[in-house]
Design a protein around this ligand. Structure first.
Ligand code: MTE
Length: 335
C-alpha cells in the first residue's frame, strides 16, 4: 500500500520477505510488553463481557486460539457457522505485523507506537440517514450486544493473509438499532482524527482521517463484524482499538480501525485508498484472484507463517455466503 503519492512503491506481496517477518519477530517482545501495559491501563471498563459462542451446530470443536506467552491454553469451543477451521495465525504475528498508517508505515511500527492511542473514554457517533441517531460511549455501545467469536481469514491487498479469531458483534445489529431511513444506501466509517494520539496524521501520507464505506446491504450481511477483541483479549491498539470493522470477503484495507463515526448516507462515501489512488484501489475491494492489482498478481497469497504461497479464493473463500450481493455486477469494473 505504501507509496501512493509521496512514498516509494510498495513491493508486491510476493516480495514481502521472510526477513521482514523475522525482523518483526524481533520486535515481538517489546510489542507484547506494550500490549500488556495497555490492556492493564484501560482496566475495568474494558472487561470483555460475557461471551456467547457464535451459535453453530455444536458438533465440531474449533482449535483454540494459541495462548499468549505465559498464559494457560484456552479451551476449545464449538465451531460456529461463520468460522473457518484453518489454524489461527500466531497471536504474536497478528499483533506485530500490522498496517495502521496513523502509527507509521512499516509493519512493526503500530505495535511499537500505538501506545499513544487512548481507547477509553471513547465516543462513537452513529448518524446520517437514521431515525435514531446516537452519540454513545464505547462501553455502553458494547453492552448493547452479546459478543461473538468469529474465526475469519483476512486477505490483505498486498497479497499476504492471516487467520484471526475476532470477538465482536454483527454490524447489522447496530444498524437495525438506529433504524436506517428509506434513503440510506451506504454506510460511511471514520477513524479518530487526533494527531496527538495518532502521530502519523501529522504527515501527508494519506488524506486523514482514514475513511471507509460499504453498501448498506453489504453492511447488513451477517459476516460483517464490529470487533472489540481478538484471541479472547481486548483489541490491542495496533489492531484498531477500541472498535474496528471486519469484512472478511474484502481486502483488509476495508477493515477500518479505531472508529469514531458511522454515518448512513444516500450516496457512495469516499474511501481513503481510492482517494489515494483510484486506479489501484476500488470502493468494493472484494477479494478477487482474477482481477490483479495493477502492480502485482492477486492470484495467490502468502499466509503469514507459511513458506509456500497458496491460491487466493474468490471473495476470500466466502463466495457461497456473499456472491449473491453482487449478482449482475461487473466485478472487473467494480473492483
Ligand atoms: N485503518 C486505519 N484507520 N488506518 C490504516 O492504516 N490499514 C488497513 C486496515 N485498517 C488501516 C486501517 C489495512 S491496509 C489493513 S491490511 C488492515 O487494517 C490491517 O489490519 P491488522 O493490522 O489488524 O492486520
Amino acid at each position: 500500500m505504501k507509496g501512493m503519492r509521496h512514498l516509494p512503491p510498495e513491493p508486491p506481496g510476493s516480495d514481502i520477505t521472510a526477513e521482514s517477518l523475522y525482523l518483526n519477530r524481533r520486535e515481538l517482545i517489546k510489542g507484547a510488553a506494550l500490549f500488556t501495559g495497555t490492556a492493564t491501563a484501560v482496566g475495568a471498563g474494558l472487561q470483555l463481557l460475557s461471551r456467547r459462542p457464535s451459535g453453530g451446530d455444536g458438533g465440531e470443536l474449533l482449535a483454540p486460539p494459541p495462548a499468549a506467552p505465559g498464559e494457560a491454553p484456552k479451551k476449545a469451543r464449538p465451531r460456529g457457522p461463520y468460522d473457518t477451521d484453518e489454524t489461527p495465525t500466531p497471536y504474536e504475528d497478528a499483533t506485530t505485523y500490522n498496517n495502521f498508517y496513523e502509527f507509521g508505515l512499516d509493519k512493526g511500527d503500530p505495535a511499537e507506537n500505538a501506545h499513544t492511542l487512548k481507547p477509553r473514554p471513547w465516543t462513537v457517533v452513529i448518524d446520517g440517514e437514521v431515525n435514531k441517531p446516537q452519540r454513545v460511549d464505547m462501553d455502553t455501545l458494547q453492552s448493547w450486544f452479546p459478543l461473538e467469536d468469529r474465526v475469519y481469514r483476512m486477505r490483505c491487498v498486498e497479497a499476504w493473509s492471516m487467520v484471526i479469531p475476532w470477538m465482536g458483534f454483527p454490524l447489522a445489529g447496530l444498524l437495525r438499532r438506529v433504524e436506517p431511513t428509506s434513503k440510506a444506501k451506504y454506510v460511511a466509517f471514520t477513524t479518530l482524527m487526533d494527531p496527538k494520539q495518532m502521530p502519523g496524521q501529522k504527515a501527508a501520507t494519506l488524506d486523514w482521517p482514514y475513511v471507509e464505506g460499504l453498501r448498506l446491504d453489504e453492511a447488513l450481511h451477517p459476516l460483517a463484524l464490529l470487533a472489540v477483541g481478538l484471541y479472547g483479549k481486548v483489541l490491542p491498539n495496533q489492531n484498531g482499538a477500541p472498535l474496528r470493522l471486519v469484512v472478511p470477503w474484502k481486502y483488509g484495507f476495508k477493515g477500518i480501525k479505531s472508529i469514531v463515526r458511522i454515518s448512513l448516507t444516500e450516496t457512495q462515501p469516499p474511501t481513503t485508498w481510492s482517494l489515494a489512488n483510484r486506479r489501484e484501489y476500488g470502493f468494493y475491494a472484494n477479494v478477487n484472484p482474477q482481477v490483479d492489482h495493477p502492480r502485482w498478481s492477486q492470484a495467490s497469497e502468502r499466509r503469514i507463517g507459511e513458506f509456500r504461497r497458496r491460491p487466493t479464493l474468490p471473495f476470500n473463500g466466502y463466495a457461497e455466503q456473499v456472491a449473491g450481493l453482487y449478482s449482475g455486477m461487473d466485478l472487473r469494473e467494480n473492483f
